[in-house]
Structures are given as structure tokens and as C-alpha cells.
Design a protein around this ligand. Structure first.
Ligand code: NAD
Length: 330
């Protein structure tokens, strides 16, 4: 099957080609997918899209027009896909439900440890011959209360790591997991988690229910929040409210791997251009904010699994008319 791969970076090409083993004809384009670029898929029955590609109704209509039958997302989250439009148009949508919960969980811990112990600042100081410690004071993770929102694959691995540090774990999820409880987590309501947690880490998908899960009201409920961490999806927090929370001190520090408006920023080199997003620019001014550009997934193992499952989705569709991991038909 001919597959147009959108938003393709050299690493996507490398891992997808290796997983494909010549089975499908892969056409790589650096172009991001949206209604104006969708025609690049002409001649392909399948397209492969990434996390910030626009799979709204207008894009899907153009894809349908040019003959695309299956949209294979090479990520887990599908919040940018209009599922009802895909179903209406008869386009199959598939994703990679799980590729390495360890990758994102480990990155979450990397952010927490870096931000707490100011490793990013210490690194620069030492390189400049500045060995002063003022401003680098952290806190012990041991004994702290960590609130984990979303106790799926990633959330549970995050819990395991925090439990290893000797933290007390509170959890919030409409579908509690026995495994999380066996790791020592105690399920509580949203308000109790916000009130008692010293570190709050978000691992739920972005859905209408979780959109702005952390908003002004949630921040008002926080009593001891030393650090808020978001490696799930940008829209789970209301960035404006969080900026106010940082200014008031109600949020002690903020670590982000995702950002509400990241599609105009992340996954490209903008170092020679002016950042036009004033909210993002404001975030960068805080000494207690650490941001990475959606790299939680970026490990060799995750890219390997993503590429293999993506190819399997397309192959299964070609052979049986059904993707291996269809979206909306679990
Ligand atoms: P998962 O499906 O295994 O777990 C998600 C959990 O969230 C489930 O237990 C679910 O019940 C829970 N949940 C759903 N609605 C909720 C709500 N309203 N409040 C609290 N919890 C709720 O998914 P996962 O693999 O653990 O991934 C979690 C999220 O991480 C993904 O949806 C994605 O947005 C994000 N992610 C980020 C990266 C990255 O590179 N930063 C990579 C992969 C995934």
C-alpha cells in the first residue's frame, strides 16, 4: 500500500523504513498535515500522521477526496482527530495505544529531578566557573505526597518511581487500577488530591472532561503544591491560570513537556525566529519553570515500537480491511 507520512523527521524515516522492510511504499514529507496540505496524499490509500497533525473534519474530507482510506496515527493520543467525521466519511483511524510507558514516565521523573535540584541551572553555572549554591536549593522527594492524575500505563510507572523514592502516592482516575493500589497508591477525589499533594503529575488523556483539569478553581484548591508536572497533553492545564498560580506562589514550580498551543512551536528549530506566542514567552521568563518540547516519547525503544505498530496497523488494514488498533472500536 502507498503511504504518505506527514510531519516526517529523519528519525521517523529511519525507524519506519526499518520496520516496513519494503512491504509498503512509504512517501515521506516534512509537511505537517492540515486541510491545505492534505492533497499531498493523492495516490496514497494510507497516511501516517503525528501528534500535532490536524485531523479535523476539513482535513479528513480532503483526504477522502484524494482516496485515503486509513489514517494511521504514530502516537497514542488522538485528541486532534475528529472521530465522528472519520466514521461519517468511512475513513479507518488507527493509533499506537502503547509503545513505551517507561519512556514518558522516565522523562517525567527527569523533569521533576532536574527542576527540583536545578540541574539545568547548575550545569550552566559550573561551565562558567560559578560554583555558588545560592538559588539551587531543592527538597527531598522522600516523604513527599505525590498526586498522580490518570493511573494508566504511564501513571503507574510514574508511581512506581515515586514509590521508590519513598513518596506517599495519591491517585485520581475514574477507573481505578488494582496495580496502582498494589503500588501503594490511595485513590482520592480530585479536591483531596489537589489539596494534599506536594507534587501533582498529569497522565490522563485530553478529552472534553479533562480539558483544563487544572484551572483557576483547581489551583485555588492547592494548598501545598511545590511542583505541577504535565507530560500528558497541553490542554489538560489552563496555561493562563497556571501563570497566575506561579505568580501568586500557589504553584511552587512547573515542569512541562506539552503546551496548549504547541503545534505552532514544537518539533522544529525556531531559534532564529521571533517567538510570537506571548504566553509561552512569559512561561520562559520564570526561573521555576522547566519546559521540554514534547520529547517524553523520544527513546529508541519507543520509536521502534511506534514504527512497528504503525506498519502492523496498515498491513492489517490492507489484508483484512481492519486496522490492528482502530480508534473508536476498542
Ligand atoms: P492510558 O490510556 O494507559 O491511561 C490513561 C488513564 O487516564 C486511564 O487510566 C484513564 O482511566 C485515565 N483517565 C481518563 N479520564 C480521566 C479523567 N477525567 N481524570 C483522570 N484520569 C482519567 O494512557 P497512557 O499511555 O498512560 O498515556 C496517558 C497520556 O499521556 C496520553 O493520553 C497522552 O496524552 C500522553 N502521552 C504523552 C507523551 C509524551 O511524549 N509527552 C507520549 C505518550 C502519551
Amino acid at each position: 500500500m502507498r503511504v504518505t507520512v506527514f510531519s516526517a523527521k529523519p528519525y521517523d524515516e529511519e525507524f519506519l523504513k526499518a520496520a516496513n522492510e519494503g512491504r509498503h511504499e512509504l512517501i515521506f514529507t516534512e509537511a505537517g498535515l492540515h486541510a491545505q496540505t492534505a492533497r499531498l496524499a493523492a495516490g496514497s490509500k494510507a497516511i501516517c500522521a503525528f501528534v500535532n497533525d490536524d485531523l479535523g473534519a476539513s482535513t479528513l474530507s480532503v483526504l477522502k477526496e484524494v482516496g485515503v482510506e486509513i489514517v494511521a496515527l504514530r502516537c497514542a493520543g488522538f485528541n486532534r482527530l475528529d472521530l465522528s467525521a472519520a466514521e461519517r466519511l468511512g475513513i479507518t483511524a488507527a493509533r499506537v495505544p502503547s509503545y513505551s510507558p517507561y519512556a514518558i514516565a522516565e522523562h517525567t521523573l527527569a523533569l521533576v529531578l532536574t527542576l527540583n535540584r536545578k540541574i539545568h541551572r547548575a550545569y550552566n553555572r559550573v561551565r562558567e566557573g560559578n560554583f555558588a549554591l545560592t538559588g539551587l536549593l531543592g527538597f527531598d522527594l522522600h516523604g513527599k505526597t505525590v498526586g498522580v492524575v490518570g493511573t494508566g500505563g504511564i501513571g503507574r510507572n510514574v508511581m512506581r518511581a515515586f514509590a521508590g523514592f519513598g513518596c506517599e502516592i495519591l491517585a485520581y482516575d475514574p477507573f481505578p487500577s488494582e496495580e496502582a493500589e498494589s503500588l501503594g497508591a490511595r485513590y482520592v477525589g480530585k479536591d483531596e488530591l489537589l489539596e494534599k499533594s506536594e507534587i501533582i503529575t498529569l497522565h490522563c488523556p485530553l478529552t472534553p472532561e479533562t480539558r483544563h483539569f487544572i484551572d483557576e478553581k483547581a489551583i485555588a484548591a492547592m494548598k501545598h503544591c511545590r511542583m505541577l508536572v504535565n507530560t500528558s497533553r497541553g490542554g489538560v492545564i489552563d496555561t493562563h491560570a497556571v501563570i497566575e498560580g506561579l505568580k501568586s506562589g500557589r504553584i511552587g514550580a512547573l515542569a512541562l513537556d506539552v503546551y496548549e498551543e504547541e503545534e505552532d512551536l514544537f518539533f522544529r528549530d525556531l531559534s532564529s525566529t521571533v517567538i510570537r506566542d506571548d504566553v509561552f514567552a512569559r512561561l520562559l521568563t520564570f526561573p521555576n519553570v522547566l519546559i521540554t518540547g514534547h520529547q517524553g516519547f523520544f527513546t529508541q525503544e519507543a520509536l521502534f515500537n511506534i514504527a512497528h505498530t504503525t506498519i502492523e496497523n496498515i498491513t492489517a488494514y490492507e489484508e483484512d480491511g481492519q486496522a490492528l488498533h482502530p480508534i473508536g472500536k476498542r
